[in-house]
Ligand binder design. Structure first.
Ligand SMILES: [Ca+2]
Ligand SMILES: [Ca+2]
Length: 123
């Protein structure tokens, strides 16, 4: 995994990962989610930031998928914060890990600028 503290919108974060032969992080299992969250929480720099993941419902509202790995997003693997996803103002289609929500998932406007996590794809 690569943790990029420079904040960008979601599409830029996605293409930055791709340029390095990676993809935005997809957390398909609870073990992977817990591993990443523990890593974020253990870092004084990382723990206060919000982080883009590959989660999005851009194509179909409320149908959450991991971009690039093209898998459905399971909330039992990557849990939503309480009251999320709320699709606020009908404009939240990209998923981030939010520090003030206890490092759980939130849907946010894709134009928001957050840090991002890239994952190396073995395929
Ligand atoms: Ca949405
Ligand atoms: Ca939200």
């Amino acid at each position: 995994y690569k943790f990029n503290t420079a904040t960008t919108d979601w599409h830029t974060a996605r293409s930055n990962c791709k340029k390095q032969g990676d993809h935005l992080v997809a957390m398909e299992t609870r073990e992977e989610f817990n591993f990443i969250i523990r890593f974020l929480k253990d870092s004084p720099v990382y723990s206060s930031l919000n982080w883009w993941t590959a989660a999005n419902d851009i194509d179909n509202e409320a149908q959450w998928v991991w971009a690039d790995v093209n898998q459905p997003m399971s909330s039992s693997a990557a849990p939503w914060a309480s009251t999320q996803p709320d699709n606020a103002r009908n404009s939240e289609h990209c998923g981030d890990v939010v520090s003030e929500y206890g490092h759980k998932m939130n849907d946010a406007p894709c134009e928001s600028h957050y840090a991002s996590i890239c994952e190396y794809n073995l395929l």
